[in-house]
Design a protein around this ligand. Structure first.
Ligand code: AMP
Length: 397
């Protein structure tokens, strides 16, 4: 387990605390359309405020490209934050300089302010050391609660951590603990389900997983490439033929590490990629030339489910079919229900992440029954790839 301090390990009374959050929330016409990130951030602010901290909330929002572009101001979030926290939040029109200094100097213990978009300065994404110093100028302690930004070495995620005593916020702590239970020091046997469109975007991830897990279930479009590599004719299916050798190398590596790879044995096929398209189920060696594999079939679901029943830990990224359109959501849904059931019964620890996976689990209505769903996209994937995340490393140091 990564070694880092948490809010429980530090004294905050009367201290100015710079909290890096990820409040880059989905929004439309100046309104928050999904408040999940705000809600998940509440415990960190409340715990700090309870401990007497002067809480300074910071985040990036969108891609203002180093310009003070009002379109990307964080000000519109204040009302939602106040509602979620049940506390007033004062907004400061900058993230460095005199305005911040003056706002901070008039804060009382337990009060909360929010600074303007960090990416209004190009130095933020460049991890500029002088800019990190300016961010750190008015503060005593740095708290990083933005696991989803931890794969980027930016001034507010990495540079500042070196300048101040620091710790992980509650969301960062929860993410790291859940991920550690799933891949760091998991209870065995461990299974991984990897789906999604392409092998080429998940090469490092597959390479890392075959070293770490006992069972690797491959589904989605990327399974077609593996089937093709094994000599199966996949018709008009999405298939990266040029990746066949890579798929073979992954299967070879798995043999050496003792990782069992499970590929679909049957498939739901169709002539068109569209909602409500006619579909039929065939064994994978019977896919007609003019048809596409758009989901795993029921025999594959049964085989995966039987395997999961003998596992203690599961990590899941990527839908096993084109889950956005019916009936090709069937395979993903069936596995989601099974994983949720095993988790509820206490037989499986399940951790899932990645944008499409979260949306597939939400659509299946099982999000409450998965042990942990990571709110991070890119950072979750890089962590599954076995990479060291600079934002996490800086906390450990
Ligand atoms: P990713 O972003 O790599 O996790 O890929 C997710 C996407 O993969 C989703 O949009 C799915 O529709 C797509 N997908 C999953 N299975 C298939 C398939 N058999 N054929 C085409 N697309 C698929």
């Amino acid at each position: 387990m990564a070694k880092f301090k948490t809010i429980d390990d530090m004294e905050f009374n009367g201290k100015v605390v710079f909290v890096r959050a990820d409040l880059n929330v989905p929004a439309k016409d100046g309104k928050v359309t999904d408040a999940t990130r705000i809600e998940r951030f509440v415990p960190t602010v409340m715990d700090l405020a309870k401990k007497g901290a002067k809480v300074v909330i910071t985040s990036h929002f969108g891609r203002p490209k180093g310009q003070k572009n009002p379109e990307f101001s964080l000000k519109f979030l204040v009302a939602d934050l106040e509602k979620a926290l049940g506390k007033p939040v004062k907004f400061v029109n900058d993230c460095i300089g005199d305005e911040v200094k003056s706002a901070v100097s008039s804060m009382k213990n337990g009060e909360v302010i929010m600074l303007e978009n960090l990416r209004f300065y190009a130095e933020e994404e460049k991890n500029d050391a002088e800019f990190a110093k300016k961010l750190a100028e008015n503060v005593d302690i740095y708290v990083n609660d933005a696991f989803s930004c931890a794969h980027r070495a930016h001034a507010s995620t990495e540079g500042i951590a070196k300048l101040k005593p620091n710790c992980a916020g509650r969301l960062m702590q929860a993410e790291l603990q859940a991920l550690d239970k799933a891949l760091g020091a998991p209870v065995k046997p461990v299974a991984a389900i990897v789906g999604g469109a392409k092998v080429s975007t998940k090469l490092d991830l597959l390479g890392n997983l075959v070293e770490k897990v006992d069972v690797l279930v491959i589904g989605g479009g990327m399974a077609n490439t593996f089937l093709f590599a094994k000599g199966v004719a996949v018709g008009k299916s999405l298939c990266e033929k040029e990746m066949a050798d890579t798929a073979k190398a992954i299967m070879e590596k798995a043999k050496k590490t003792g990782c069992e790879i499970i590929l679909p044995v049957d498939a739901l096929i169709s002539a068109e990629f569209k909602d409500g398209a006619d579909a039929s189920e065939v064994l994978v060696d019977a896919v007609p030339e003019d048809m596409m594999i758009l989901d795993i079939g029921s025999k594959s679901v049964d085989a995966i489910v039987a395997k999961l029943a003998s596992c203690k830990t599961l990590i899941w990224n990527g839908p096993v079919g084109a889950f956005e359109i019916t009936p090709f959501n069937r395979g993903t849904n069936a596995i989601a229900f099974e994983v949720a059931g095993l988790t509820k019964e206490g037989k499986l620890l399940s951790v899932a992440g990645g944008g499409d996976t979260v949306s597939a689990l939400n659509k299946a209505g099982v999000e409450e029954d998965i042990s942990y769903i990571s709110a991070a996209g890119g950072a979750f994937l890089e962590w599954m790839e076995g990479k060291v995340l600079p934002g996490v490393k800086a906390l450990e140091a």
